[in-house]
Design a protein around this ligand. Structure first.
Ligand SMILES: [Zn+2]
Length: 500
């Protein structure tokens, strides 16, 4: 078939030598791209180059100094980044056609995806004359994207996939990436400092961590995931977290994911888990608070927020996190190649994310206790493994008081800051101030002692029993008791305020 738009001879359609339902299409494999015994995958780069040349020729090549300046930069990048960029351009083109494209300051092309995910024309942003006009927020997001591109290069380089020839790579922050890579080698340690990791990855801790863990577990290979789709999906998830939230932001998601990884490695659990369990556990951890507005469910209900009516005042936030994740999975088409029976992953993901609803704490805790008392947990059963994944995710979500004091204290201050912001809003609009949200009445130590006593301690005591008890569980309980003591009034009387 001839593609008349490009003026290039391209054979498309069903390959005559390949039966459409060939048995080599196994359950978890993408169809092999072969024709006449030759792998088209080998020919694909050449084909893409040919198409791109034709495409460039039709657009008339570089135009003006701005374009040539940008082109110089773009040309110096490796081919993979070129493809990502063209992907972005293509998508911008589609959205422009949809009439959904906005042109921001300095000609920056922005498409607001659920209000938080911009698509940026990297060529335009690179020109120094226009950089000054770009809004600070946009520049931060651009910096993240550029850093992420560099991470893609570096990770390929570290795995030996790209030969390092002088001038072939432009890693502006080699030192930081080196330190981030070093931290990843210790990602299974409980003292992992997610705040430092986030700084070293230039705000890309969630994407970087997830890519690394997917590689560690061989999930990309097992589920035959398309790396471009995976990066796009994770980028969407990270951007959909609200960076202005002191607590419910992408760093919290990365922290929960790292904790989840530690729990998945527990000897009691590790050998029983299937690749699907691991995939779901990590995905649920990474997405469990996506697009969190920084206020709680009662606030959404009393302000008659549309999400509260949409989800009928029940698990409003958790339902929104789940449905947003499903939306992004479908938009990225990350799992679209999987057989139909794998598509119930969306439901399983929902069941895990909905378990993080703190109002269902007692329901989960009593079932967990019952299983442990009766010693009837059988991890050969998929349903029991799923239940333990729910518990593990709940533990990971509230594990801050089980971390080292320096990390734990930062999280405590952040969550209280978010509560106080809600309280300030409630005061401003003459609503009754929610419990723990009144900065004048609710101190950080009092909030933390209540949270530890009623939520964290009962849950981790059962988790300790479940792990029989593992060194990690004992370590976590040690930190929990010490941190609780440091927040207690008796202990605080002996320590000056500035140490808190
Ligand atoms: Zn959370």
């Amino acid at each position: 078939m001839r593609d008349s738009n490009l003026g290039v001879e391209v054979e498309v359609g069903v390959c005559p030598n390949e039966a459409p339902r060939s048995p080599v299409w196994g359950p978890l494999r993408t169809p092999p791209i072969t024709c006449g015994g030759l792998s088209l995958a080998l020919e694909l780069p050449a084909l893409i180059r040919q198409l791109r040349e034709a495409w460039k020729a039709r657009r008339g090549g570089p135009r003006g100094p701005e374009r040539s300046q940008a082109s110089t930069w773009v040309e110096s990048e490796k081919e993979e980044v070129e493809e990502v960029k063209h992907d972005v351009e293509d998508r911008s083109g589609h959205l422009k056609a949809d009439g959904r494209l906005n042109t921001g300051h300095a000609g920056v092309l922005l498409v607001e995806r659920r209000g938080s995910y911009p698509l940026i024309d990297l060529r335009i942003l690179k020109t120094s004359a226009q950089q000054g006009e770009v809004e600070a927020g946009t520049r931060r997001k651009m910096k993240r994207l550029l850093s992420f591109q560099r991470y893609c290069h570096a990770s390929r380089l570290l795995r030996g996939l790209v030969p390092h020839t002088p001038g072939s790579l432009h890693l502006l922050d080699d030192d930081y990436l080196g330190q981030a890579a070093h931290m990843l080698s210790k990602v299974g340690k409980w003292n992992f400092d997610i705040f430092l990791f986030d700084r070293l990855t230039n705000g890309n801790s969630l994407v970087t961590l997830m890519c690394h863990l997917f590689n560690v577990y061989g999930l990309v290979h097992h589920f035959q995931l398309d790396m471009v789709k995976l990066h796009r999906f994770l980028g969407m998830v990270q951007e959909d977290y609200h960076s202005q939230n002191p607590y419910h932001n992408a760093v919290h998601a990365a922290d929960v994911t790292q904790a989840m990884y530690c729990y998945l490695k527990e000897p009691k659990l590790a050998e029983q888990l299937s690749p699907l369990d691991v995939f779901l556990g990590l995905m649920a951890a990474a997405t469990h608070d996506v697009d969190h507005p920084g206020v709680n469910q009662p606030f959404l209900i009393k302000t008659r927020h549309h999400l509260a009516s949409l989800y009928q005042n029940t698990s409003v936030l958790e339902s929104h996190h789940w449905r947003s994740t499903v939306g992004m999975l479908r938009e990225s088409r990350l799992l679209s190649h999987l057989p139909a029976d794998m598509q119930d992953m969306e439901q399983q993901l929902g069941s895990l994310i909905l378990a993080t609803d703190i109002s269902r704490q007692n329901e989960f805790l009593s079932t967990f206790r019952e299983h442990l008392d009766n010693q009837d947990l059988d991890l050969q059963l998929a349903s029991h493994r799923h239940f333990i994944l729910q518990i593990a995710l709940k533990c990971a979500d509230v594990c801050n008081p089980c971390r080292f004091w320096e990390l734990s204290k930062q999280w405590s201050e952040r969550v209280c800051e978010e509560f106080y912001r809600q309280g300030d809003l409630e005061r401003k609009f003459d609503f009754e101030i929610s419990p723990q949200c009144n900065q004048q009445a609710d101190s950080v130590p009092a909030i933390q002692i209540g949270f530890i006593s009623y939520i964290v301690e009962p849950l981790f005591e059962e988790w300790l029993r479940f792990t029989e008890p593992s060194p990690l569980s004992q370590n976590m309980m040690g930190h929990l008791y010490k941190n609780k003591a440091r927040w207690s009034p008796e202990s605080r009387r002996g320590i000056s305020e500035d140490k808190f």
